[in-house]
Design a protein around this ligand. Structure first.
Ligand code: HEM
Length: 295
């Protein structure tokens, strides 16, 4: 649980990553691969972008992903020379067809979104990404930008996080990858969320009884690692969405989420778009917590 300390604190929150657990395929593997395929077929520029000069690093990412899946999840991907088979959905890919944009192929083989950051004179910039499951942002608004500009809508990022994050990026060691979690709440469970909505018709029907089933907890498991050959940084995002009611009978999690929501700054509440259902959610968490203790 990303909010288990019960307070809302904007922090880097990074933890060492065991590379054997770099990618996390789960029961939605095939479903999400098909969802990516449809997005890439219908609106490619929204979900894939690359800047010239990123091809080598893209290739490095593809090689690492194939190697990892082959070692740890050969039941999901089968490699045969140039060909990669995803038998569970009867798909096969030829690496040769993706020589211009290897990151596009890499993104089609895993549930994670993949963002490539290159070092430059003014800090790290986003040079290529396969990003099918954005959390209320659009790739075309961020491609080519520096970290501080990418994060410009995030309250307090510039004064609290920008410098530590830039320093951390400069020092990130090839052998010391990390992971962190971002979380948000949403009334729309779709993985593809490019639009920052302020309110939806849907959220108007939320009350303190149904809040647990109509509000979703959206968590992003993010990993950061430096690529050994190019020295660029790869940022992966694996998105998990579940009903808030999935926390039923986890009293500590219910309390922690309620504390985080209560203690969040107004700016952050607005950024995370919690206002339309904040009151109903807090009532739901309170009642559910009490019921949970009574059982
Ligand atoms: C240690 C590294 C990083 C930290 C500490 C960090 C922190 C954050 C935080 C706190 C948010 C607000 C999310 C929320 O609370 O709902 C955010 C949003 C975001 N982050 Fe990061 N981030 C990091 C790395 C990256 C990287 C490498 C990218 C590259 C693509 C990135 C892209 C974004 C984007 C696009 C958003 C949404 C911004 C918007 O609303 O327009 N982050 N990040």
């Amino acid at each position: 649980m990303p909010f288990d300390k019960g307070r809302f604190r904007l922090s880097m929150g990074i933890v060492a990553l065991d590379l054997d657990e770099w990618l996390q395929p789960d029961e939605y593997f095939y479903k999400e691969l098909l969802e990516k395929e449809a997005l890439l077929a219908n609106q490619k520029s929204e979900v894939f972008q690359s800047i010239q000069g990123s091809q080598l690093a893209q290739q490095e990412v593809l090689d690492l992903i194939i190697d990892y899946m082959n070692r740890f999840h050969s039941e999901l991907l089968r490699i045969d020379g140039d060909k990669i088979f995803v038998d569970g959905i009867r798909r096969n890919f030829s690496r040769k067809e993706f020589t211009e944009m290897p990151l596009d192929l890499a993104g089609r083989l895993v549930q994670e979104d993949l963002c490539l950051m290159a070092p430059g004179d003014t800090g790290y910039t986003l040079e290529a990404a396969s990003l099918c499951f954005p959390s209320r942002w659009r790739l075309i608004d961020k491609i080519g930008k520096r970290m501080v500009d990418i994060h410009s809508p995030v309250p307090d990022y510039e004064n609290k996080l920008a410098r530590p994050v830039d320093r951390f990026f400069d020092k990130l060691d090839i052998n010391k990858p990390v992971w962190r979690v971002n979380w948000s709440l949403t009334d729309d469970p779709d993985l593809y969320q490019p639009i920052r909505k302020t309110s939806t018709d849907y959220s108007r029907s939320i009350n303190s009884k149904n809040a647990g089933d109509l509000i979703f907890l959206r968590c992003e498991r993010q990993t950061l690692r430096r690529l050994p050959h190019t020295g660029w940084i790869l940022f992966n995002i694996k998105t998990y969405v579940d009903k808030v009611s999935a926390l039923v009978c986890q009293p500590e999690a219910l309390v922690a989420l309620a504390h985080s929501v209560k203690n969040m700054s107004t700016d952050m509440q607005q950024y995370k778009n919690i206002a339309p259902y904040r009151k109903q959610l807090l009532e739901y968490l309170d009642v559910t917590h009490r019921q949970c203790l009574d059982v």
